[in-house]
Design a binder for this molecule. Structure first.
Ligand code: ATP
Length: 197
């Protein structure tokens, strides 16, 4: 049975660069926790209906959820946040498990920014961490999104610190250098997985 490989890393560490290369060049199936988290609150999904019932103001005129409104109102309110998580997390986990179980060879990769923090690492046989220096994370993210350093630092503060991620990694994909060396490191990682399992 092929292993379930987890892939995580802090904001702007290079998760997408690694998973794009794994998928597009090496033919690995990517299961993306962020995409699934959006899908389970799409109109018509059970979680969507429950959220709109509890937070009518979260409904936009186009019939979809205002996720920014929801985040802003739910993040500071522990009760509301726990309720929202109790509605969305089981649905997210169900879709992740289904996609992992039905993934074609060689092996599926579960990509998640909060793989450790959310407990999704428990679904994985082997976890790789994409690693860059904090200054590089900030510089690359602000170049990509145009966000200021303060917002990026706020997001980083909600994630595990770099050292704790590294201590929990089975494998570290170094992204402290160029994009070209990141691709080489990703290829070496892929070959390591094929040889190990
Ligand atoms: P997020 O958690 O915010 O989704 P991520 O971990 O998926 O981020 P990427 O989007 O892959 O990170 O990388 C962040 C930005 O930095 C992208 O614009 C990417 O092209 C760029 N980048 C990644 N690695 C390097 C590198 N080694 N050198 C220069 N730029 C890089």
């Amino acid at each position: 049975k092929p292993p379930v490989v987890g892939l995580t890393g802090g904001i702007g560490s290079g998760k997408t660069a690694v998973s794009d290369y794994l998928r597009d060049t090496l033919g690995v199936t990517i299961v993306d926790a962020d995409v699934i988290a959006r899908d389970v609150v799409a109109p018509g999904q059970p979680a969507f209906n429950a959220i709109v019932q509890r937070f009518p103001d979260a409904l936009k005129v186009d019939g979809t959820l205002n996720r920014a409104w929801l985040r802003a109102h739910v993040l500071p309110d522990d009760d509301a946040r726990h309720w929202l998580e109790s509605v969305t997390h089981p649905a997210i986990r169900e879709v992740i498990e289904k996609q992992l179980q039905t993934a074609p060879p060689p092996y599926p990769v579960l990509v998640s920014p909060l793989l450790f923090e959310s407990g999704q690492a428990l679904l994985c046989d082997y976890v790789a961490v994409v690693d860059a220096q904090e200054q590089q994370q900030i510089a690359r993210t602000s170049r990509r999104d145009g966000n200021d350093e303060e917002l990026i630092r706020t997001i980083m503060a909600k994630q595990w610190p770099r050292q704790r991620r590294l201590e929990n990694a089975d494998y570290i994909i170094d992204n402290t250098s160029s994009l070209e060396s990141l691709q080489k490191a990703t290829l070496a990682f892929h070959q390591h997985i094929l040889a190990k399992f």
